[in-house]
Design a protein around this ligand. Structure first.
Ligand SMILES: [Zn+2]
Length: 57
């Protein structure tokens, strides 16, 4: 499993998303960003930050 802590991009957010692959984590992070932060699009630089912040869970 892979995981990403939203606080890597949004300080103070305690959201954590997981997936089997980096791409699944990215999808889950995009859904979280939309639901929790109203971010309807994830800019490329944020995708880069998310990929950099993904860790093994
Ligand atoms: Zn968040």
């Amino acid at each position: 499993m892979k995981q990403f802590a939203c606080s890597n991009v949004v300080p103070g957010c305690d959201g954590v998303v997981t997936g089997q692959t980096d791409d699944e984590v990215l999808d889950a992070a995009a859904r979280h960003a939309a639901d929790a932060h109203g971010m309807t699009e994830v800019p490329d630089e944020v995708v880069t930050q998310i990929r950099a912040g993904i860790t093994d869970a």
